[in-house]
Design a protein around this ligand. Structure first.
Ligand code: ADP
Length: 187
């Protein structure tokens, strides 16, 4: 049909938009956000942010940094697998991300970037990143979401430290993550 009508015809445009995922189920434009991070490993704080973001957007893409300068404990595939196991709601996709965030967002037709804000200490770095990303692409807005209070002190780093010292992290991370951490620390 597309071939005959051309993309500018209203019906063809709708089909074209659907096939490109730019329309949501009710026919309005799909609101899609990227939630980027290292997720080394995913914690309950990340999950809380993902659930909040999903309430605001039709689709949330959790973008896992491939070229992480932080030298992650878990390999990319493990971080992706743990996220996929931990996320139980529809409309959330987990994907690896190489290169610039703004380019990834544009390629996914997303106009929003989600970041979690826990404390003032997060602010300076996040502020700088948000403004730099805006400089790189004005179309993309960064949105900060605050997790439940009980997750505001939680970070992947602190969870790894507790696990390294033999502590129990099951209250802070999804079960597959607690198991993976225990396995890693035994080695
Ligand atoms: P990055 O290395 O990009 O900071 P992280 O995986 O550490 O990647 O974090 C990804 C995002 O999730 C960041 O915006 C971070 O502030 C946020 N975040 C991390 N832990 C929590 C938490 N406990 N509650 C809310 N947001 C969080």
């Amino acid at each position: 049909m597309l071939r005959f009508l051309g993309k500018s015809h209203p019906i063809a445009a709708m089909v074209w938009n659907f096939s490109n995922g730019t329309l949501s189920a009710n026919g309005s434009a799909m609101r899609r956000a990227i939630y980027p991070g290292s997720f080394d490993p995913v914690t309950n704080g990340h999950i809380d942010v993902i659930e909040r973001a999903r309430k605001l957007f039709d689709e949330v893409i959790v973008a896992v940094a491939v070229n992480d300068q932080k030298q992650p404990l878990f390999a990319l595939d493990d971080r992706l697998a743990m996220l996929r196991q931990a996320i139980t709601i529809d409309g959330v996709r987990v994907a690896p991300m190489t290169g610039l965030l703004v380019e990834f967002a544009a390629a996914e037709n997303a106009h929003a970037v989600i970041r979690g804000l826990r404390a003032i200490s997060d602010f300076e770095f996040e502020f700088q990143m948000a403004l730099m990303n805006r400089k790189l692409d004005e179309e993309i807005e960064t949105i900060f979401l605050m997790p439940k209070e009980e997750y505001t002190y939680l970070s992947s780093r602190i969870v790894k430290e507790i696990a390294q010292l033999g502590g129990n992290v099951s209250a802070f991370v999804p079960r597959p993550v607690a198991e993976a951490l225990a396995k890693k620390m035994k080695r």
